[in-house]
Design a protein around this ligand. Structure first.
Ligand code: SF4
Length: 287
C-alpha cells in the first residue's frame, strides 16, 4: 500500500506486493505477517500466493515524484514494508521489473530497498539492470552473525546513493567498525538505523548495544538514526509510566545492572542518551 507515513525516517511507503517467508532471527515477530493475518490476508510462507496490485496503486509514486520536483525537495520512499523485494519466487519477476521501471521513472524520489536477502540482490535484479543512483540499498543486521554473513554483499555495490543498515530489532551486541571505514571495494556503510523490537513477545534490547552502535557511528563519521526503544525501555527513561509494572533486570557487560520495563513502544519513546538521533546521510543529490 502506498501512503504518506508517520515513520520519521521516510516520507512514503510503497509495496510492490504483499507476502514473504521468514528467513532470519529478525523475522521471528514479523509485524507485516501479523498485520496481514489480522486483515485475513493469507500471503505468508512458501506455499501461499502473494497479493498483487493494480495500476492505480502503481501510479501513486508518480504523484509523489511530481510533488517532490515541484517543491524542490527529495522524498524518501520505503519499499517494501509488507514484503522483501528480493524474495526468490518466479511469480515476483514481472513485478520486480515493474518496480525497477518505476524507480527509473521517479528520479526525484529516493527508494529505500531494505532486505534480509542481500546475497540475492545481484541475482534478482532484472536482466540488464544495475542499481539506479536513486536507490538506497539496505540490509537488516540484527546481530554479529548477520553482519558477518550479509555485509560483504552490501558493500559489493557501488552504485546505490546510500548503503545502509537496519539494526532493528537489535538482538545482540554489534561491532561494525570494520565496515564503517572505506574498504578494498572503495565502499562503506553510510547510514545505520537502530531500534528495539515492539509488539507481542518482543525481545528486550540491552541499552548498551544501542549506545555502542551510536558511538561507533559517531567515531567513524557515519550517520546514525535511533528509531525506537520498542516494547522495552530503561526504567529511568520511563519513570512516569512504569508505575505498577514489573521491570525485568538485565546485566550489562560492565556489571552495572539496568532495569528494563515493558511499557510499549508509544511510551518507550526514542530518546537515547538524553536526545533524539535523527541523522541522515548526505548524498549530495539535489532535486
Ligand atoms: S524478510 Fe521481512 S517481511 Fe519477510 S518475514 Fe522477514 S521480517 Fe517479515
Amino acid at each position: 500500500m502506498g501512503k504518506d507515513t508517520s515513520i520519521e525516517w521516510t516520507h512514503h511507503t510503497f509495496n510492490p506486493w504483499w507476502g514473504c517467508v521468514r528467513v532470519s532471527d529478525a523475522c521471528d515477530h514479523c509485524y507485516a505477517e501479523t498485520w496481514a493475518k489480522r486483515l485475513g490476508v493469507d500471503v505468508w510462507g512458501p506455499k501461499s500466493e502473494r497479493r498483487f496490485f493494480g495500476d492505480a496503486h502503481w501510479k501513486e509514486p508518480l504523484k509523489w515524484n511530481r510533488a517532490a520536483k515541484e517543491s524542490k525537495t527529495r522524498r524518501r520512499v520505503f519499499c517494501a514494508s509488507m514484503a522483501d523485494v528480493f524474495e526468490n519466487r518466479k511469480d515476483l519477476v514481472p513485478h520486480r521489473l515493474r518496480l525497477f521501471e518505476l524507480i527509473a521513472a521517479t528520479p526525484h524520489l529516493d527508494w529505500l530497498l531494505l532486505t534480509k536477502r542481500i546475497h540475492l540482490v545481484r541475482k534478482q535484479l532484472p536482466k540488464g539492470y544495475e542499481l539506479p543512483s536513486n536507490v538506497w540499498l539496505g540490509a537488516t543486521v540484527e546481530n554479529q552473525d548477520a553482519a558477518k554473513k550479509r555485509l560483504k554483499y552490501l558493500l559489493e555495490f557501488d552504485s546505490p546513493a546510500v548503503r545502509f543498515l537496519s539494526c532493528e530489532p537489535l538482538l545482540g551486541a554489534l561491532d561494525l567498525r570494520q565496515w564503517l571505514q572505506v574498504g578494498k571495494a572503495g565502499t562503506r556503510i553510510d547510514w545505520v538505523i537502530a531500534g528495539g523490537e515492539s509488539g507481542h513477545g518482543a525481545r528486550p534490547m540491552d541499552p548498551h548495544w544501542a549506545e555502542d552502535l551510536r558511538d561507533q557511528c559517531n567515531a567513524a563519521g557515519v550517520a546514525f538514526h535511533f528509531k525506537q526503544w520498542g516494547h522495552w525501555a530503561p526504567v529511568e527513561h520511563t519513570a512516569n509510566v512504569v508505575k505498577g509494572r514489573k521491570p525485568i533486570h538485565i546485566v550489562r557487560r560492565d556489571g552495572v545492572e539496568i532495569e528494563l520495563a515493558a511499557v510499549g513502544k508509544g511510551k518507550a519513546g526514542r530518546s537515547l542518551g538524553g536526545r533524539h538521533w535523527d541523522q541522515f546521510p548526505d548524498t549530495g543529490n539535489n532535486v
